[in-house]
Write a protein that binds this ligand. Structure first.
Ligand code: AR6
Length: 169
């Protein structure tokens, strides 16, 4: 089975086949990791996202990586936390599943994720990590194409929570 790893760092620096962007439903950029990815990839990324006309929560769209080392960028709008009874967990699982499905469709072997929805969108970190690691584990168990999926945490606390969640996944 493909390996899963948690690292701490800046996902814009990843040398992988695809990085995932925690986008919003406009797909036209924003703050947080989305802003960092758009700045690092350059203005061609914005131009490539315009024709999508947005993307529903839990779905994903793919563009080239442009000025990034990553070959592809997969853009997925995570759920905004609204207390937990607005299908947030199903939507978050769908972000990870759909992103990996697109990655495999493009023949990607290595994929890096940020911690989707746990910044501006307010998803509680422990709960998000449980959903993310369980979903990634179930996809990896069925994939021959993927060789390594990583969660790139921006801070040590996030890294620890995802490492602990993976132990339980
Ligand atoms: N590399 C890795 N992780 C990062 C980086 C980076 N360069 N920068 C931030 N993070 P957020 P969300 C972490 O708010 O909650 C945007 O405006 C960050 O510390 O970026 O899904 C979009 O346009 C946190 O752990 O995404 C949407 O409107 C994690 O990435 C909205 O924010 C996610 O935080 C999406 O909110």
């Amino acid at each position: 089975m493909a390996e899963f790893e948690v690292i701490q760092g800046d996902i814009t620096q990843s040398h992988v086949d695809a990085i995932v962007n925690a986008a919003n439903t406009t797909l036209l950029g924003g703050g947080g990791v989305d802003g960092a990815i758009h700045r690092a990839a350059g203005p061609e990324l914005f131009a490539a996202c315009v024709p999508f006309n947005g993307c529903p929560t839990g779905e994903a769209r793919i563009t080239p990586g442009f000025q990034l080392s990553a070959k592809w960028i997969i853009h997925t709008p995570g759920p905004v936390w609204q207390g937990g009874d607005h299908h947030e967990a199903a939507d978050l699982a769908s972000c990870y599943r759909e992103s990996l499905r697109l990655a495999v469709e493009k023949g990607c072997h290595t994929v890096d994720f940020p911690s989707i929805s746990t910044g501006v969108y307010g998803y509680p970190l422990n709960a998000a990590a449980t959903v993310a690691t369980q979903t990634i584990a179930s996809v990896l168990a069925q994939s021959d194409t993927l060789t390594r999926v990583r969660l790139v945490a921006f801070d040590p606390k996030t890294a620890k929570v995802y490492r602990d969640a993976w132990e339980q996944a």
